[in-house]
Design a protein around this ligand. Sequence first.
Ligand code: PMP
Length: 394
Amino acid sequence: MTERAYLDWNASAPLRPEASDVMRDLLSLTGNASSVHAEGRKARAAIERARLQVAELVGAAPGDVIFTSGATEANNLALRGLIGAGAETGERITRLFVSAIEHDSVRAVAAALAVQVPGLRVSEIPVGAGGRVDLTALRSMLMEGKGRALLSVMAANNETGVIQPIAEIAALAHEADALLHCDAAQAPGRIAIDRAAWGIDALSLSAHKIGGPQGAGALVVGADRALQPQLLGGGQEANRRAGTQNALAIAGFGAAAAAAMRDLADIDGLAARRDGFEAALRRADPGITIYGEGAPRLANTSCIGLAGQRAETAVIALDLAGIAVSAGSACSSGKVRTSHVLAAMGVNAEAAGEAIRISFGPTTTDEEIGRAINAILAHRQNRQPKEYERATAG
Ligand code: PMP
């Protein structure tokens, strides 16, 4: 069998040993975290330990952490919950500004709210060619129009790795008495996150992006911030998210959060390996584009354009060669469609359809990176010359 190199960490990171150890120990867990008996207390203790670990990861208080089924649910809860609470408390939110490069779990909710909430205006915050939010445009959006605004801007993009100036965005938001939601699913362990210092009102996290299990995540939002729960039922998660907690997955999430914080110590090493990967490809093939190259980017992400070759074909060829990568965003794979992220950066549909994403992790080896370089360059050799190239060739 071909040896595999898993280079799709932004789609889902491998489970960390720290997470699998804690989950293995809890597999025989019997109690419900809401029960008062010893078995229930054991489940509750596992959840509360994880709450501390997740809070520490993002510079929040444990009481601010609401466990969810992932970042998708956290994003839904943030937008619907804040806008719903605004209507209930009389501090109505009438404007929702969503960056043009948000994940679909923000974009789709914003589109639904535009139809469902009377009087809510939803607008897109543009990004520049480098993939960063246009702060000048945001400033005038905040100044124009009346009524309280809610902004949703991600910490770092899942496709390009481009990091957003969240502290500056938060400052602009708060000057205008607006709220800021930040989807930080891709950020932990790659950049330091400080919810309080940055001034983020609500922050979404996903366990499986940081080496925890799939199907767990959190919304981190001040315990005193009005938030309309979206799942109704029991009083779990301080009445903000009903339903028996997935104690096992939450414990794994907590362990992964603690471990992810340690990744920052060698983040420059990871950036150097990623830069070496891109430089080697470029040297061999100057026709390769690197998206978001000029902007601050996550150390682990490389979004490259293979001029003249469709991304889906490249992903299959690389898979056969033992290399796991994705075309654009893996969350939308299966459906072939143009990346809204690259489109927002001004990349035309043809070029966007030629972009693949390679995402590394702290345990990615130089040998794996070397094999990926060879496989990509081998695939480049199979490129069919375009009509005009054929016409002028030899
Ligand atoms: N936001 C971002 C930026 C993501 O990359 C993802 C996963 N692709 C999500 C949200 C959704 O997270 P989850 O899989 O935990 O629902």
